[in-house]
Design a protein around this ligand. Sequence first.
Ligand SMILES: N[C@@H](CCC(=O)N[C@@H](CS)C(=O)NCC(=O)O)C(=O)O
Length: 242
Amino acid sequence: MQVYGDSISGNCLKVKWTADLLGIRHEWIETSVLEGTTRTADFLAMNPAGQVPLVRYEDGRTLAQSNAIILSLAEGSALIPADAYQRAKMLEWLFWEQYSHEPYVAVARFQVHYLGKAVADLEPRIVERGKGALTLLDEQLADRTFLVGDALSLADIALVAYTRVAHQGGFDLGDYPAVQRWIARTERALGIWASLHRPSLRWGDAEKIRRQPVRAADFRATTPAPCRARSRHRGRRQRRHR
Ligand SMILES: N[C@@H](CCC(=O)N[C@@H](CS)C(=O)NCC(=O)O)C(=O)O
């Protein structure tokens, strides 16, 4: 399987994290949005929408839309709840992410962090709606570990993608403490903290994730204080983007 993705894009990273967590072998083909690679004739022939992420399977079939892709990759795994109601709750979060979170949190981040716009010049509606989305998440996460039930699901993967970098769009994650704790837990569950925090579950623990849900209890014992860990993590990310 080939994944056409831009590594600055949360939508694309959702696909990489899901594939890595499930041990799905893939070739990552870096496809730059800023350089217009998604609008070339070759790329448009694969995805007329001119967007990444896009996957191309061995048989030549293609699939776009990040949440459709992660749903297909995670089919039959513990990242999709077995219970019908919980599965629908997971989908509820995925649809909400695309309509009420990503268009504000991700767009603010893109304009500020990549296009160099001042936070003060962002369209007020984007800022208001972005804060609204983060507030809703914070309220929902106040008394739960993951977004659906007590186990990591695609809802966490989809929502963490842009929430963890919301500060790059001018949002202050310090205003959302439950969100900060959940980001730390989810990053750890995904193994994207592996080198810093030596989690008990590591990137590539594919069998474990495929067979049994990642539950809160797997992380509670050793999860570090989110603020200290976040600032170390942020430093690393910023250096990489310079
Ligand atoms: N709803 C789509 C959004 C995809 C999207 O907006 N992709 C951006 C990168 S995050 C892109 O390819 N933009 C290039 C363009 O529109 O020319 C998804 O979730 O995959």
